[in-house]
Design a protein around this ligand. Structure first.
Ligand code: ARG
Ligand code: ZN
Length: 845
């Protein structure tokens, strides 16, 4: 059943307040609700409907009198007075039997909830839509030592606890946690001098992994005050770590719930990348308190209103906490790896979709990461001062409301007097715009001509030109910047921009900082790319120049042409020798473009990519780089050793990243001897796991893998890494059989989303392995998706994206993938989550 944005109607009844009582029992929890409803003066209808799924209704009353509602699979209807009234109901639910991990469920003996987007309807009957906001009081009865909900604690006694959240909120922000938990406690004094208690809860045994998360929380709270003037608004802020969780984390008001992988960290068990991600997710969820909770979404078509903005804010935070250049490069790599892939395949959709079947399928890279890029462009267009003024107006005007993306854009129009109707197309046109640039130089005037075109996407053709900010700088042939960064506003299908008064033809640095989420092409020589890698003042574009060179090398190799190996390897050598360059930057420049990226590039150029050839090309280039750089590597690697105690900061992480990048090359020369030495003495997970990856690729990891398992078998998050690394680093011919063997390992457990992804997400990340020519990767993936679907439809549906690139490949592979997808589609009782995804991937929806 498809839901349309155009069908939005205001709720018939609003909720004045909510009282919930939970009598906890693993397979028979009772939920007693008392809800004050008032007719909505803005509504057209007076039909009373409450969402409810998988609930057993015990009794219901209206103003104290027993009623018998009409119940369907989706909810209930009932005759109600045409005036304010009190609804009371008691339902029974089964948290222990809830393997979908949506609603109230159990994880490791602890009760927890996930309600976004539509999980609250599995807890009790309620208008489960984000434009119904109410204050909640929650009483929890049970024998768990710790029982938590949103807001402030307002009472407790033997076997019960009460929490009150004074801030009106939609049901998707409800949370409850109960169990034998331990807390790291701290406090924060807000900018107006209010003291807030901070608690980070874990199960017993994980207390040692909470220090970093707590620091990240305090930094986030301070940053939101300093940069956006946003103060926290309750007496207490809590985070709970949960082992079984579908996503990264959830911003429930005052009680964030986190996947353990997104909050727990220690140097022995977590990599530098883990630390960085945790800091960003803690910031993200905390920032939602204003962009998401105080100001929420009117309906789920507005999801990017809160997610795009909050991702943008967490990206700004990371840029401030770490290296701005490095974090921008990492953001763009992630955008290209996931969002461009999505936007250029059958799952392409708008940042603001017009329709959906299952909203959980739209928590995507497009809604999140492209949504954040749209916000970034908006900021670039209006400038920093108007950005800040507009945000102040947004918080002021819309506090306490459930808003739309149009409300957001109106704030910018009112602040700047600009008409943003063309800019709004970024929300409504799917697909990655293509920019083609040509240039010309005559009589001191340099002219850039930019053409734009957005390809057709499912259900959307004939796209209009968009407003695209293209940041440009010009360098002269000596390497000096003659025109500093200026933002060109491209609005037409084809448009020219002139730069006058130049002594010589300049070298353009285009799309600086990746100023728009587009694919830009311009005939550029290898010399010019090497020049930009050496001289550009924009660090993103320096990296981009090296990246483009590497892509040219790899695509040439795959298609059997002569590529610019020499200029690429020389430029790399020059960069590695450059004492002034940051190790983190060197490490990023050393990293080759991913095999999936090369596949898409080849497909765009009219080839059907061969995953094995791409893998071989990548391996050959690595070997060549190792040989070409062998004089530099040992000295540089030695410089990257760290004597200070481990710290997951930008500086040390950069050094370790470069050290591991070099170790990867050294492994091509010494067969893994040095990797073995590094692995033997590694006292942090970054070096331990990095060197283990090298050993796997060198084919000498058997003993190390066994020892790693023995050492970490009681640490689920480290064991996840053990599963993943074996598959990601497997030779293409072995990846599927290793994944298959690991799926039979006693530590494999498909009910745990992290563990399922550790195996099958990893298989999808080994393109040459997953796309094995015999179809074994497709069959294994499809079989497990079908098996998981009845247990956890959200994760099963998400995993189908492994197939989203199928149209790129040759006829045999296409046919095998189609067969695999049709097999999933035929599974009896398939969820609407997976059903929608498979239909869209096949192009049948
Ligand atoms: N709002 C959460 C976040 O961005 C994600 C929740 C996703 N939940 C879901 N069922 N898709 O941090
Ligand atoms: Zn979010």
């Amino acid at each position: 059943q498809t839901i349309f944005l155009a069908d939005y109607t205001p709720p018939a009844y609003l909720v004045e307040d909510v009282h919930l009582t939970f009598r906890l029992a693993p397979s028979a929890t009772r939920v007693i609700s008392r809800i004050r409803f008032v007719p909505n003066p803005d509504a057209k209808s007076r039909d009373f409907f409450l969402h409810g799924q998988e609930l057993t209704l015990i009794r219901a009353t209206i103003d104290g009198a027993e009623v018998t509602p009409e119940i369907t699979e989706a909810g209930l209807t009932c005759a109600v007075p045409d005036a304010p009234f009190t609804w009371e109901a008691e339902v029974e639910i089964d948290p222990a039997g809830n393997t979908a991990l949506e609603g109230l469920y159990m994880s490791n003996g602890m009760y927890c909830t996930q309600c976004e987007a539509e999980g609250f309807r599995k807890i009790t009957y309620y208008p489960d839509r984000p434009d119904v906001m109410a204050p909640f009081t929650v009483r929890i009865e049970g024998d768990a030592p710790v029982m938590l909900s949103n807001g402030n604690p307002t009472g407790e006694g033997r076997g019960w606890a009460e929490w009150t959240d004074p801030w009106p909120k939609p049901a998707y922000l409800f949370a409850l946690v109960a169990g034998d938990l331990v807390a790291r406690e701290d406090s924060f004094v807000t900018m107006s001098g209010k003291e807030v208690a901070l608690r980070l809860w874990t199960r017993r045994g994980d207390e040692g992994k909470t220090a970093f998360g707590m620091e990240a929380l305090k930094k986030s709270m301070r940053w939101d005050e300093e940069v956006y003037g946003r103060e926290y608004d309750l007496d207490i802020f809590q985070i709970v770590a949960v082992s079984d969780f579908n996503m990264g984390a959830m911003e429930n008001k005052g009680l964030n719930i986190f996947n353990t992988s997104a909050v727990l960290a220690s140097p022995e068990t977590s990599t530098d990348a883990n630390f960085e991600r945790i800091e960003a997710i803690i910031a993200h969820e905390y920032f939602h308190n204003w962009t998401g909770n105080r100001i929420t979404c009117r309906d789920w078509f507005q999801l990017s209103l809160k997610e795009g903005l909050t991702v943008f804010r967490d990206q700004q935070f990371t840029a401030d906490m770490r290296s701005a250049a490095v974090s921008r490069i990492e953001d763009v790599m992630a955008l290209r790896g996931r969002q461009f892939r999505e936007d250029n395949g059958p799952l392409a959709h708008q940042v603001q979709p017009d329709s959906f079947v299952e909203i959980n399928n739209f928590y995507t890279a497009t809604v999140y990461e492209k949504g954040a890029e749209v916000i970034r462009m908006l900021k670039a267009l209006v400038g920093d001062d108007d950005w800040r003024r507009a945000l102040d107006l947004y918080f002021d005007r819309h506090d306490g409301q459930a808003c739309t993306i149009d409300d957001w854009l109106k704030v910018f129009e009112d602040t700047t007097g600009r008409d943003l109707s063309q800019f709004r197309l970024w929300y409504k046109q799917a697909g990655t715009p293509r920019l083609t640039v040509t240039d010309d130089f005559a009589e001191g005037t340099y002219t850039l001509t930019i053409k734009q075109q957005t390809p057709d996407t499912p259900g959307q053709t004939d796209k209009k030109p968009m407003l695209i900010p293209v940041a440009v700088g010009l360098l002269n042939p000596n390497g000096d910047e003659v025109v500093p960064t200026r933002v060109l506003e491209v609005t037409e299908a084809e448009q020219s921009f002139a730069f006058e008064g130049l002594a010589a033809k300049p070298i353009p640095s285009l799309l600086r900082g990746f100023s728009a989420p587009v694919i830009l092409t311009r005939d550029t020589s290898a010399e010019e790319r090497a020049f930009l890698l050496a001289h550009d003042t924009d660090p993103f574009n320096r990296w981009e120049a090296g990246r483009a060179l590497a892509k040219d090398v790899l695509t040439a190799k795959v298609t059997g042409r002569d590529g610019p190996e020499r200029p690429y390897l020389d430029a790399l050598a020059a960069l590695l020798r450059d004492e002034g360059a940051d190790p983190a930057f060197k490490a990023l420049a050393l990293r080759q473009p991913g095999e999936d990226d090369i596949a898409q590039t080849l497909f765009d150029a009219g080839h059907s990519p061969d995953p094995d050839r791409i893998h071989d090309a990548a391996e050959t280039l690595k070997q060549q780089a190792a040989e070409h750089l062998q004089d530099i590597i040992p000295r540089l690697a030695a410089e990257m050793t760290i004597d200070a105690p481990y710290a997951p900061d930008a500086e040390q992480s950069g050094k370790r990243a470069l050290r591991l990048g070099l170790l990867d090359l050294t492994t091509r020369l010494d067969g893994g001897a040095e990797a073995e030495a590094v692995h033997a003495v590694a006292d942090n997970m970054t070096l331990s796991l990095g060197s283990l990856g090298c050993l796997i690729e060198a084919g000498r990891a058997e003993a190390a893998l066994a020892a790693f398992h023995a050492r970490w078998q009681d640490d689920a998050l480290v064991l996840d890494k053990w599963f993943t690394t074996q598959i990601v680093h497997a030779a293409p011919g072995d990846a599927v059989s290793i994944a298959e063997r690991l799926s039979r390992h006693p530590d494999f457990n498909m009910k745990n989303p992290n563990r399922f992804r550790a195996v099958f997400g990893a298989l999808a990340m080994n393109p040459a392995g997953f796309h094995a020519a015999d179809g074994s990767g497709y069959r294994l993936m499809a079989e497990w998706i079908a098996r998981l679907d009845p247990v956890n439809p959200q994760i099963a549906a998400r995993m189908t994206t492994a197939f989203e690139t199928w149209r790129r490949y040759d006829g045999d592979r296409k046919q095998m993938i189609r067969g695999a997808l049709e097999g999933i589609a035929r599974t009896p009782g398939l969820s609407s989550d997976s059903g929608e995804m498979v239909a869209r991937i096949l192009g049948a929806a």
